[in-house]
Design a protein around this ligand. Structure first.
Ligand SMILES: Cc1cc2nc3c(=O)[nH]c(=O)nc-3n(C[C@H](O)[C@H](O)[C@H](O)COP(=O)(O)OP(=O)(O)OC[C@H]3O[C@@H](n4cnc5c(N)ncnc54)[C@H](O)[C@@H]3O)c2cc1C
Length: 580
């Protein structure tokens, strides 16, 4: 019997299950107040007047601020180093790390604010105001205000979101970036049961802080390789992969508790005993759809040393790069015995099939595997790679240190205009390495320049298949997560940008599916917001989405928390401003 059937929620009467399923599939609203067809925006009747905003500002102790796009904030004075720094961009309430999400490309007329023309700025898809929350009460006040005035509400912690889900035009933003408490314990209790060692982090705590503080405590948590991604923000709600996932599972598999302000304004303690339905949804059900997370608690383990080895190859032309991808596929199971994680990134700067490709393999050998042991494990892959005509080793770095310091990153390089598309590649696909190489070759030959691979599944991720959470079941049979990145510059014409934004669906996915199969899912945090069947691509079987829809209707009956390609978004336009 599948876990979904075993779960207590599905013991609800079949009648209501079927109705919700129909609603979810047909895109109908569960809101019983159909009169509110659109959110209030400036100028519409019901939009708060100056006095109401002033009252909100007083309630949140002056922490209500005007929001502008990052280019307007910079007004031509930000250096390249600042523009591309996630730490710096996090100081700007309106900034997204990929500035394309600040642009209103699809508004009529388009509303843009570009770095080199900030004197002609539109507000684009950037919120109008932000509550820079420092307390639970700030969040509650903002949620109640948005609800009372029927405002478009968005939530942001770092602004990293690759689907633009933490920004929206004409909206009120709640920024949780200042919620920075970190508390470690050896004994974390849920319902009287001691679940052991854990850390509780505020939803504004960046990954780099968790790594630093965990190292000083002699512990490690499952987290990504990023400086400023917030564990208790979107990362965990999307599922959260890590170089440590083959050893310890996804981040969501390690979550023990959340504190969340839901649409009613109530602060809920959410765990396996208290609001277990919401606990299910917050672990993989997609970020931004459930409420404002104040903090999350995840398991910790004793820290250990790890070896990181980064061989970087250059392949003379596409045929050599494809052969390298085939060899990589042949050796992808070489590290399974030690649960190594790996990021394998292919970068090209020309669409010429005879231009060189850089292919780097950032490989993490956890759990005190020594450099010598790691080299032995990596040698068959390295030797086979170097035997390929046209493939050369550019460099090879090696580090052996505490895993926290290996995964710690001082900043994230951001600031590009880019969109992603991705698939979770089933383990079975790697039993045909020739096919893997052919797919890489076709992707390269048709102009793909950036292919990011993540060996972050298998091992404990597969073994955790029986955990009842909203994590996409495709993770459990996946070996890797492959991302196609499509970029453009501020001088790219709008018509071309429109084509680039659709490239994953129109051009790359049919190629990728030759390797992944047609039903492979996708990791919703690093994916294409234009996925036409996001309900199943991101969340698995239709019954999963139906279950999430029921939970949503219970905690957010008026759809206050709507994000692109998130639960309930099928009822709304692309900005979450008007019902369809
Ligand atoms: C440089 C970089 C490295 C990355 N590395 C990894 C990785 O190793 N592993 C991995 O799994 N992913 C990784 N990601 C993807 C990452 O998981 C997502 O971008 C994730 O959405 C970031 O969450 P955030 O809260 O930091 O971002 P934000 O843009 O602030 O928010 C993302 C989403 O979460 C919601 N959200 C934010 N805060 C809250 C809150 N307090 N309450 C409720 N909802 C909230 C937002 O509404 C939005 O929907 C990486 C991204 C980047 C840019």
């Amino acid at each position: 019997m599948s876990p979904i059937i075993q779960d207590s929620y599905i013991s609800m009467k079949w009648t209501s299950f079927t109705i919700v399923l129909l609603y979810a599939l047909l895109g109908h609203s569960l809101d019983l107040n159909p009169t509110k067809l659109c959110r209030n925006i400036p100028g519409s009747q019901g939009y708060p007047d100056a006095a109401a905003w002033a009252q909100l500002n007083a309630t949140v102790a002056g922490r209500l601020v005007d929001v502008v796009p990052s280019a307007k904030f910079c007004a031509g004075t930000c250096s390249d180093a600042q523009w591309t720094s996630a730490l710096f961009r996090n100081t700007i309430p309106g900034a997204m790390d990929q500035p394309n999400w600040e642009q209103g490309y699809d508004l009529t007329p388009p509303s843009l604010c570009l770095r080199n023309s900030s004197n002609t700025c539109g507000q684009g898809d950037v919120p109008l105001y932000s509550v820079e929350a420092e307390t639970v009460e700030d969040v509650q006040a903002a949620v109640k205000f948005a609800s009372k005035y029927n405002l478009r509400l968005v939530v942001k912690s770092s602004g990293h979101d690759y689907l633009g889900r933490s920004t929206a035009p004409n909206s009120l933003l709640i920024r949780t970036t200042h919620l920075r408490n970190v508390t470690f314990t050896d004994n974390f209790f849920v319902g009287g049961k001691n679940l052991g060692s854990a850390v509780t982090v505020g939803s504004g705590v960046p990954a780099q802080t968790v790594y630093q503080e965990a190292e000083s405590q002699g512990k490690i948590a499952v987290l990504g390789t990023a400086a400023t991604v917030c564990l208790a923000g979107g990362y965990l709600q999307g599922g959260g992969h890590s170089a440590l996932s083959p050893s310890f599972g996804l981040a969501a598999d390690n979550a023990l508790e959340f504190h969340v302000v839901v649409a009613s304004g109530e602060l809920l303690q959410v765990n396996s005993e208290s609001h277990p339905d919401l606990f299910y949804a917050l672990r993989g059900g997609g970020p931004g759809s459930w409420g404002v997370v104040i903090s999350a608690t995840v398991k910790t383990r004793p820290t250990f040393n790890a070896t990181r080895i980064i061989p970087v190859f250059v392949a003379a032309k596409n045929t050599a790069a494809a052969a390298l991808a085939t060899v990589h596929a042949e050796h992808i199971f070489d590290f399974d015995s030690v649960h190594a994680g790996q990021y394998f990134y292919l970068l090209k700067n020309s669409t010429d099939p005879n231009a060189p490709t850089v292919f780097e393999f950032i490989t993490y050998f956890p759990n005190n595997i020594t450099p010598e042991q790691s080299q032995v494990l990596l040698a068959p892959f390295l030797n086979a790679s170097l035997a390929i005509p046209g493939v050369e080793l550019l460099s090879m770095q090696q580090t052996y240190a505490d895993i926290n310091s290996i995964l710690f990153s001082p900043d994230d390089a951001v600031g590009d205009n880019e969109v992603l598309g991705s698939r979770l590649i089933p383990e079975a696909a790697y039993h045909d390495p020739t096919k893997v190489g052919e797919v890489y070759k076709e992707l390269l030959d048709t102009g793909s320049l950036l292919i990011l691979g993540h060996l972050v599944a298998g091992g404990q991720v597969a073994k955790n298949a029986d955990i009842s959470s909203a994590v996409n079941p495709a993770w459990r049979s996946a070996k890797t997560h492959l991302i196609l990145v499509n970029q453009w510059t501020d001088s790219t014409p709008l018509s071309e940008i429109s084509t680039i934004r659709k490239r994953f669906q129109t051009q790359q996915l049919p190629i990728l599916e030759k390797m992944s199969g047609a039903d492979a899912g996708s990791y919703s945090n690093e994916a294409d917001v234009l996925e036409p069947h996001f309900q199943t691509t991101f969340f698995g079987p239709v019954s999963n989405y139906a279950k999430l829809s029921v939970i949503k209707s219970r905690y957010d009956p008026a759809d206050l928390f709507i994000v692109g390609a998130g639960v309930g978004s099928e009822r709304w336009d692309e900005w979450g401003l008007c019902r369809k």
